[in-house]
Write a new protein. Structure first.
Length: 293
C-alpha cells in the first residue's frame, strides 16, 4: 500500500489535482492511476473499452476505497472518439494538472485507424497529438502542469518515413513501432520548444521493458504465446510505472527531457534535430486537419 502523499521539497502534492491517463485500464496505466489516486489525485481513466475501464476502477477501489476515479471512453484510433472525450472533460473541468499519454499499441500486421492512419503511428502518436493539443488550454491555466508521454528506448532505431508514413508500401512491425516511438520523442521536443515561455513541463519516458506495454491482445492465442515467452525478460507493470508516477509530482522536471528510471537521459542527436521536429509537428497538424478535425 502506498502512502496517500509523497509531498516533500522535491515533490508536489497531487491532492485534489486533475490527472488524465490514457490506456489506464491495464498495465502501467492502471498502476499509475492507482498510485496517484491513492495520493489524492482526481484521476480520469481514458480508456478505449469502457467496460474494461470500469472493471479496472472497481478493482482499484477494492484497495483504495477513497480513490476519486472517473472512467471515460477515449479510443485513440478514432479522432471522433477523442473529440467526444475532450468535450466531455472540458464540460466538467477548467483545469488539468497532468496529462499522461500512456496508451500504446503494437500490431503484427498492417492495420489502420478509423481515420486511415497506420495503427501504431495513429494511436501512439497522432491520437495523443490531437488529445494533447486540444487539452492545452486547461493545462496552461494550471500551475506546475505537466505532459508526460510514454516513449521507448526503441526510438533510437526509429525514423520518420515521410515518403510512406502510414507504411502502405512497406510495412514492418519494428519499422512501424520505432517510427511511432521516435514520433513520441520528437513531439515532446517540439512541444517543449513551443511552450518554453509557459510554466508547463513536457517530458517523455522510457518505462523499460514491460510486457503489458506490448499492446498485443493477451486474450488471443498469439497474444498469450507472446506474453508467456517474453514475460521472464520484462519487469512488472508497477516497476514500469515508477517513472511516470515520479514525474507526475516532481519539482525537478527539465522541459523537453527524456527520462528512464526517474533520471533524465541524453537524447540521440537525431531526436534533437529542431527542423525535423518542427517539420514533423506541421505534418501531424496537416494529417489531423485533413480528416476534418
Amino acid at each position: 500500500m502506498y502512502l496517500p502523499s509523497n509531498h516533500s521539497e522535491r515533490n508536489f502534492s497531487v491532492q485534489g489535482k486533475n490527472i488524465v491517463i490514457t490506456g489506464a485500464n491495464s498495465g502501467i496505466g492502471k498502476e499509475t492511476a492507482e498510485v496517484l489516486a491513492a495520493r489524492g489525485a482526481h484521476v480520469t481513466m481514458a480508456s478505449r473499452d469502457i467496460r474494461r475501464g470500469e472493471e479496472a476502477r472497481t478493482d482499484i477501489l477494492t484497495r483504495i476505497p477513497y480513490a476519486n476515479i472517473d472512467v471515460h471512453c477515449c479510443h485513440l484510433a478514432s479522432l471522433e472518439s477523442i473529440q467526444t472525450f475532450i468535450q466531455a472533460f472540458k464540460a466538467k473541468h477548467d483545469k488539468l494538472y497532468a496529462l499522461i499519454n500512456n496508451a500504446g499499441v503494437v500490431t503484427v500486421k498492417r492495420e489502420t485507424t478509423e481515420d486511415g492512419f497506420e495503427m501504431m503511428l495513429g494511436v501512439n502518436h497522432l491520437g495523443h497529438f490531437y488529445l494533447t493539443t486540444q487539452l492545452l488550454p486547461l493545462l496552461e491555466r494550471t500551475e506546475e502542469a505537466r505532459i508526460i508521454t510514454l516513449a521507448s528506448g526503441a526510438y533510437k532505431s526509429g525514423r520518420i518515413h515521410f515518403s510512406d508514413p502510414h507504411l502502405e508500401k512497406n510495412f514492418g512491425i519494428w519499422k512501424g513501432y520505432t517510427q511511432s516511438k521516435f514520433a513520441n520523442v520528437l513531439f515532446t521536443v517540439e512541444l517543449a520548444q513551443r511552450l518554453k515561455t509557459n510554466f508547463l513541463n513536457v517530458v517523455s519516458v522510457h518505462p523499460g521493458a514491460v510486457s503489458t506495454q506490448l499492446g498485443v491482445h493477451r486474450e488471443t492465442g498469439f497474444g498469450k504465446q507472446i506474453h508467456a515467452v517474453l514475460r521472464p525478460l520484462f519487469q512488472n507493470a508497477r516497476e514500469g510505472a515508477e517513472t511516470s508516477i515520479h514525474l507526475a509530482s516532481s519539482r525537478e522536471l527539465v522541459n523537453g527531457g527524456y527520462y528512464y528510471k526517474k533520471k533524465r537521459q541524453d537524447l540521440k542527436s537525431r531526436a534533437l534535430n529542431t527542423q525535423l521536429a518542427k517539420d514533423f509537428w506541421e505534418w501531424s497538424e496537416r494529417e489531423i486537419a485533413s480528416r476534418g478535425f
